[in-house]
Write a protein that binds this ligand. Structure first.
Ligand SMILES: *[C@@H]1O[C@H](CO)[C@@H](O)[C@H](O)[C@H]1NC(C)=O
Ligand SMILES: *[C@@H]1O[C@H](CO)[C@@H](O)[C@H](O)[C@H]1NC(C)=O
Ligand SMILES: *[C@@H]1O[C@H](CO)[C@@H](O)[C@H](O)[C@H]1NC(C)=O
Ligand SMILES: *[C@@H]1O[C@H](CO)[C@@H](O)[C@H](O)[C@H]1NC(C)=O
Ligand SMILES: *[C@@H]1O[C@H](CO)[C@@H](O)[C@H](O)[C@H]1NC(C)=O
Length: 448
């Protein structure tokens, strides 16, 4: 078995971004400070108000001041793909398994089923972390919840997943496991247990805004000492947010962070934290899962190709993607004709690249127009004017969720390409979830 890793690296082919991640490993591991991309354009702001479903992966925020990540960049800037992978040999699997157990233990202790039954005195002293997302770009919004979950582990608090008008974020497409609380339940239990009257504990939430570098306490405060019942770490829409605690000035905070994220100075100790968290927190809704199963018809794909092209047809992007898939196939070895699932917002690209991939692999693609299920029935003609509807090209939004869970079935590799710098968090999370779904299988990542 070989384990490699995916270091993300932008390779500019004109304005096209192609990232190949061979193998489910993807570790998205990446999800770590080192992964921060070179600041190709420091002028890329954090919030991009255009119709892209994802803004940047967000690595730029505040990270520019991190001397360590700078030096890493330098030392790595000329490494070949193979060299980059070497650091990750071994370790990834064990570390992710360790984190899987840690997460499990955390939710055994701090999950809703135990905490809601605590005696009033203990319940009222208990702490919570809010994970709250809107329904903007899925990748970035999901990261907000995952960062909340990560922080709850760092601080030994329970997780609340915020709802809007009684609905979970993306609740039509995603089901949330029962390990977290809703705010409504916390308020109810607070009254029931008489936390205010009997124990003098007001239900107060302390917020910290990660998007405001001059105000956030992510580096300089010992959050474990915060007394407020609820903490909300806002604006954490990427993989690096919670990992900033690895750089906190308080050794106890750094230590708590490295128990979860691994030691920043040891590359091969980086576990797939976000993938493991997602695996515990979310599953596709029944309707979405029906569609996924319909496409797969019982056979798992080997490789996922994610191409977010914003309706642009680019020959070079297609060529780069083909190279990556070939490379993934080589690393895969045995299987003579791997199954490649393509997810894309650009139907014309799917059409044009399919014959080329079909020469050496079996191509799977979710054609939502052919799918007859509850989700397609109930949503026909339900096209709101929300600009987000255009996120996934001409397809209705639910298709992006089917594609997300479909692509996360990849056993060996996730290859991602995007027109300009979009779509990275969606693809990162696909790879992270695929890696968690396949923990223990072969893991390797490559960039083209
Ligand atoms: C975490 O909280 C639980 C109670 O909820 C407590 O038993 C345990 O000792 C705490 N662990 C740490 C490391 O603080
Ligand atoms: C929570 O979900 C798990 C798995 O779906 C299930 O086994 C368990 O019984 C549930 N617990 C509660 C309290 O509903
Ligand atoms: C393709 O991308 C270019 C920018 O690189 C953009 O100006 C153009 O509108 C895009 N084409 C389509 C059909 O969206
Ligand atoms: C796909 O195959 C066709 C026909 O062989 C070829 O003309 C085209 O350049 C190929 N596309 C890419 C992106 O390699
Ligand atoms: C579709 O919805 C109907 C009515 O709500 C339900 O009985 C049926 O089981 C659903 N079908 C699937 C495949 O979920």
């Amino acid at each position: 078995m070989r384990y490699g890793v995916w270091r993300r690296r932008r390779v500019s082919v004109g304005s096209i971004l192609i990232v190949c991640a061979l193998c489910a490993g993807m570790g998205l591991l990446m999800l770590n400070l080192r992964q921060v991309d070179p600041p190709t354009s420091p002028d890329f702001p954090m919030q991009i108000h255009n119709s892209d479903s994802e803004s940047e992966s967000g690595g730029e925020v505040g990270v520019e001041d991190e001397p360590e990540s700078k030096s890493k960049r330098k030392s790595n800037s000329c490494a070949t793909v193979e060299e980059m992978g070497k650091d990750f040999k071994g370790g990834f699997w064990e570390e992710s398994l360790r984190v899987r157990k840690l997460i499990q233990h955390h939710f055994d202790l701090n999950g809703a089923s135990r905490v809601r039954n605590l005696p009033p005195e203990q319940f009222c002293q208990h702490g919570f972390v809010m994970g709250k997302a809107s329904e903007a770009g899925f990748g970035n919004e999901m990261y907000k919840i995952l960062n909340g979950a990560a922080l709850s582990i760092l601080l030994n608090r329970s997780l609340i997943i915020g709802q809007t008008r009684g609905k979970f974020p993306f609740g039509d497409y995603i089901s949330y496991s029962n390990v977290s609380f809703t705010m409504r339940e916390i308020k109810h239990l607070w009254r029931l247990n008489k936390c205010v009257k009997k124990y003098g504990r007001q239900l107060i939430m302390r917020t910290d805004d990660f998007e405001k570098p001059t105000q956030t306490n992510v580096l300089c405060s010992d959050w474990r000492k915060w007394k407020q019942p609820i903490i909300w770490f806002q604006g954490t829409n990427d993989a690096v947010a919670a990992q900033f605690f690895l750089k906190n000035i308080h050794p106890e905070m750094r230590n708590a962070a490295s128990i979860l994220f691994g030691k920043p100075e040891v590359l091969h100790s980086r576990p797939n934290v976000f993938g493991e968290l997602m695996r515990v927190l979310i599953t596709p809704s029944e309707d979405v899962e029906d569609a996924v199963n319909w496409v797969l018809s019982g056979v798992e794909p080997d490789i996922s190709l994610h191409m977010r092209m914003l309706m642009n047809k680019s020959i070079r992007a297609a060529q780069a993607a083909l190279n990556c898939i070939r490379k993934a196939k080589q690393n895969l070895g045995k299987s003579p004709r791997p199954r490649v699932v393509i997810v894309s917002d650009t139907p014309s690209l799917v059409k044009s690249i399919t014959p080329n991939i079909s020469k050496f692999a079996e191509v799977i693609h979710f054609d939502y127009e052919l799918f007859k299920g509850n989700i397609s029935d109930s949503r026909k003609g339900l096209h709101s004017l929300d600009f987000r509807m255009k996120d996934w090209g001409p397809a209705p939004r639910w298709v992006a969720f089917v594609d997300f869970f479909l692509a996360s079935h990849a056993k060996y590799a996730v290859v991602s390409g995007a027109h300009r710098r979009v779509g990275t968090t969606y693809a990162q999370l696909i790879a992270a979830l695929a890696a968690a779904n396949n923990l223990g299988t072969y893991i390797h990542i490559v960039f083209g």
